[in-house]
Design a protein around this ligand. Structure first.
Ligand SMILES: [Fe+2]
Ligand SMILES: [Fe+2]
Length: 244
């Protein structure tokens, strides 16, 4: 198993492991993101089975003992399955999640007491600043939240824009069509009246980079239209479901 390391924005690193699908299926990339700052932060831990490879890759960027924060979108194996392996390897690290996420999962599961974050609360990492965005059911799960790094304008979008198969770290190609194809294949996004408005809230941040958990990340002028197109897709889906 190989975990590739690419810098996708200033001192923001994508740790990427391709898991092939069974019987020739395209599989997925599983990406974690490491923000190197005075207080380094990891967004998504990956599954326990990936810990050896992903932690070795992270160790090429920082001394793991410096890792200060570990956070994730929602309670699932690829988001936080290896959380306690990371907490054991990084004695100064604290897990952080929204208040609801702490209440329903993290308070019980983390080796050490976590830090509960409010919507829009900012953690000053020293050189980087991350804003916690509470986004229930976007992409899915009631504890869902996303992260926005303000100095680089990097939005960490978790499962939004999931693309099948291998991918480059960054692309300037359209990711909407592949993302809709993956959505049609797996139906992983919770469709509620708040799906579209929540994604439009992300677009209003005007991110310069979108760091995608499964697939290529994107940077540049296409980020806002891409978010608006995704919001429009889900709004259409909801209208069709209501009409049907
Ligand atoms: Fe997920
Ligand atoms: Fe995921």
């Amino acid at each position: 198993m190989e975990t590739r390391v690419d810098e996708i924005a200033d001192k923001i690193y994508r740790l990427c492991t391709l898991i092939p699908g069974a019987n020739g299926a395209p599989g997925f990339t599983f990406n974690q993101f490491l923000i190197d700052a005075d207080e380094p932060l990891l967004f998504h831990t990956g599954m326990r089975s990936l810990f050896a490879s992903v932690s070795a890759a992270a160790g090429k960027v920082i001394d793991l003992k410096r890792l200060r924060w570990i956070t994730y979108s929602h309670a699932e194996a690829d988001e936080c399955g290896s959380l306690n392996d990371w907490l054991a390897a990084a004695p100064q690290a604290t897990a952080a999640q929204g208040r609801f996420g702490c209440a329903i999962w993290l308070n019980d599961q983390a080796l050490r007491p976590p830090r509960a974050l409010a919507d829009n609360e900012v953690l000053d990492l020293g050189g980087k600043r991350v804003r916690h965005l509470s986004t229930p059911h976007v992409p899915h799960a009631v504890d869902a939240s996303l992260l926005y790094e303000e100095t680089t304008g990097t939005l960490f979008s978790s499962d939004l824009f999931t693309q099948l198969g291998d991918s480059p770290a960054l692309t300037d190609k359209d990711i909407i069509e592949p993302a809709i194809a993956a959505e049609k294949a797996y139906g992983f996004t919770s469709l509620t009246p708040k799906t579209g408005p929540t994604i439009r809230r992300l677009a209003a941040l005007a991110p310069r980079t979108i760091a995608v958990m499964h697939g290529a990340s994107i940077a540049g002028a296409g980020t806002v239209p891409t978010l608006e197109a995704l919001a429009g897709y889900y709004e259409d889906q909801l209208r069709q479901a209501m009409a049907g």
